[in-house]
Design a protein around this ligand. Structure first.
Ligand code: ATP
Length: 216
């Protein structure tokens, strides 16, 4: 079932999405293949520094730039995110993009959240590498008008330079850095280690690794 909210018709919010009393929510989109300590640290520090009520991890069924990732691994990646969060107050895994069109464009997600949760103010969490890519995102002009960004540093992508690049294309962008140490960990590097039988202890929590090892 696909609930679209852009054609003038507003569909009812799907039943298994959270009913929230949160006044402010930070949306954290990603592939989470697998989720790792970089994701966890940025979510926790962003929660603390922004003062939002909740950070919503939003696994993408079908990320636009990753053709090999699809719906078949969605519930597995969602379970890994739940294992990463491990009941931490303020952090939630929310399967909203399962109900939205493919590929999973953030602008659709933001539009749906703002339509379905009218009492909540949303902002968006990403890394500086993603910030630098923002002008290439589908619907970027609408997205930056709809939502403000909080940004975690990623090595090789200094915040100020990434922001300047984005501003030359998207003058309306609102972005605030999250203060955190650079954690040079990526899912790509972790997948390579796992494929080569190398240990990821300290990088992927044991509960997440159990779900990874069980497979989709
Ligand atoms: P991949 O290597 O498969 O591209 P990834 O590690 O970048 O994966 P994603 O799930 O694609 O993980 O990332 C979701 C969001 O989290 C993106 O905005 C990305 O910039 C950010 N992010 C991921 N890892 C880090 C990190 N170590 N530090 C800061 N931001 C990060």
């Amino acid at each position: 079932v696909c609930y679209t909210v852009d054609s003038g018709t507003t569909f009812q919010r799907p039943g298994d999405l959270p009913d929230t009393s949160a006044k402010r929510v930070l949306l954290f989109g990603g592939t989470f293949d697998p989720p790792h300590i970089g994701h966890l640290a940025m979510a926790q520090l962003a929660w603390e520094q922004t003062g939002v009520d909740e950070v919503w991890f939003l696994p993408a069924p079908s990320p636009p730039h990753k053709a090999e990732i699809g719906d078949d691994t969605f519930s597995w990646r969602l379970r890994m995110v739940e294992a990463l969060i491990d009941g931490r107050p303020g952090l939630r895994a929310v399967p909203i993009e399962m109900y939205l069109p493919r590929p999973s464009f953030s602008v659709d997600t933001v539009r749906a959240c703002q339509t379905w949760y009218t009492e909540t103010q949303f902002s968006f969490l990403l890394g500086t590498d993603s910030l630098a890519q923002l002008p290439t995102w589908h619907g970027a002009q609408e997205l930056v008008k709809r939502i403000a960004f909080y940004v975690a540093g990623r090595s090789g992508y200094p915040f100020a330079a990434a922001l300047a690049t984005v501003q030359s294309d998207l003058a309306d962008v609102r972005a605030t850095p999250i203060e955190m140490p650079l954690l040079d960990v990526s899912s790509t590097w972790l997948r390579e280690r796992l494929a080569n039988g190398l240990d990821v202890f300290g990088l992927v929590p044991p509960r997440v690794l159990d779900v990874w090892n069980a497979g989709p």
